[in-house]
Design a protein around this ligand. Sequence first.
Ligand SMILES: [Zn+2]
Length: 508
Amino acid sequence: MRIAIAGISHETNTYCQGVTTSAHFYVRRAQAMQAAAGQETDIGGAMAACERLGAAAVPLMFAQAQPSGLIERATFEAFANEIIQGLGSESFDAVVLLLHGAGVADGVADIEGELAARVRQLVGEEIPVVASFDLHGNITQRMCDNLNGVFACHHYPHIDLHVQAEAAVELAVTLSRDKRKGRCSLASIPMLLPTTTTFEGIGQSMLAEVLAQEAETPCVDISWFHGFPYTDIEHVGCSVVVSWLEDEMTQEQASAVARGVGQRLWDQREAFRPTSLSAEQAVDTAVAEVEVEVDAGTDTITDTGRGPVVIHETSDNCGAGTPGDGTHLLRAMLDAGLAQRLPRGACFGFVVDAITAAQAHAAGVGAEIAIELGARTDDLHGTPIVTRATVRALHDGRLVLQHMFRGAPLKLGPLARLDIDGLDVVVGSRRSQTFDKEPFLAVGIDVMRYDIVALKSSNHFRGCFQNIAQRIVTADPPGLSTHNISVFPRQATARAFWPMNEQASFPG
Ligand SMILES: [Zn+2]
C-alpha cells in the first residue's frame, strides 16, 4: 500500500507586520521527510506509522514556518501546486495531509480547506484523504467536506502531535484496505479562547471529558480545536470535529456528538475567561512565592529539590507569531532588582535580538559591551533595554528538542549569555519560543539553581517545566499573543463571539 504524505503547516497571525514568503518556510522533500521518522512531530509520527504498518510512505513535500503574518499568495500556490503535481504523477492508495488549520494566505482565508478541496478534486471520492492538525486550527466545513478523517493533537503543549499523525495514517490504511468510508462532522462554537493549557485547570478537565466521550462513542476520533484567535478571518474560533465511519454511525449521530461536546464547552465558557497579570505584578507574585520558600529555610544552593518559580511572558510568544524581542518582562525583572533580592538569583531565556547576539559574539566571552537590547520590531512589545552587559558564554544555537517535539532540531542562531546587572539573560538570533531547558543549558545555565526563571512561551514550555517548576506565573503585558483577546479589531467576521459580545450564543 502506498501512502502519499504532504503538508503545509503555518499558524498565521494576521495582526503581525510583514508577509510570510517561501524564504520563511522550511521545506522538506523525499529523504529529508523520511529522516524525520521517530521525531515526536507530525511528520515524524506519519513516517513512523507507515513503517510500523508496512505501508510505503511516499513523502511529497512538507512546508513549515514559524508562526508569522499573512502568507504571500504565490508562496501558497507554489506549495499547493507542488503537492498536486506530486499526487498527479504517481498512483496512491491514500493521502495523508499534515496541516495546522490556521493558515491564511493573501486572498485564501482557509488554505487547508482549499488544499483539501484541490486534492479531493484530483484523487476523487474513492481514495481516502485524512489529515492531522494542530489543535489551534480554525476549522471549516470545507475542510471537513473534503477529508475522510481529522486528527488534532489533544494536548497543549502539543506533546501528541506525532500520536495523532500516526492515527491519521492508521485510518488512511484502514479505509483503503477495507474499502470503508470515513466522514467528519463539525460543530463551530463562537468562542475565542485565550491560550489554554491541557496540563491543568479547565483545559485539563475539558480534555478529560472529550476523551471520555470519545471512548464511549462508536467514532474514530473527537478533536477539540481550541482555535487560533490571533487572526482576523470569518471562520475563527473554537470547534469540535467528530471523525466516524459510515458503517458505524450516521451523520445525525455524529453531528449530535459534536454538538454535545460543543455545548459542554459553551456551558463552561466562563472558566476559560482570561486573567492577566502585568509584568510587574507577575514579578511581585513570583518574588512573594520565593520569599515564602526562603522563610521555610529551603534557600540553600545545595537544595536542588526545590525547582524555580517560572514566569512565562505569554503575550510575546513567537509560537503565536510575535517578534520574541519584547522587553516588558525583562525590564520589570531588572527594575525589581531581582539579582540583589533573591538568594539564588534569576535568569531569562531568551530575548530574540540578532544584532545584540552578534555584538556579543564579536566582543567575546568576558567582554563588557554597551547594548540596546530587544524591542526592535515595534512599540507594542516595549522599548530597548539600554545598558551595559558582560558576555558570559556563547553558543551557535543549534539545539535538539528534548521534551515537546523530542528529537527535532532547532536552530536559534548565535546565542549569547549576558550578565545584565546580575541577571543572567540569554539572547537568541532567530524567532522561536522556549520549549525546554536546552537554550539555557547551551550557555551553561542550570535552571534548577535559580529562584526565578523567565521565558517567552504560552504553554509549550510546560512540556518540560510543568514538572520542575515550584510554581508557574503568567505575565501578560501588551503583546500580539496577549490573553486579552478583546483588544484585537475584527473586520472579517460579523459573528458575535464570547468573551467580547453578550449576544454570542450556541447553538446558533
Ligand atoms: Zn498549536
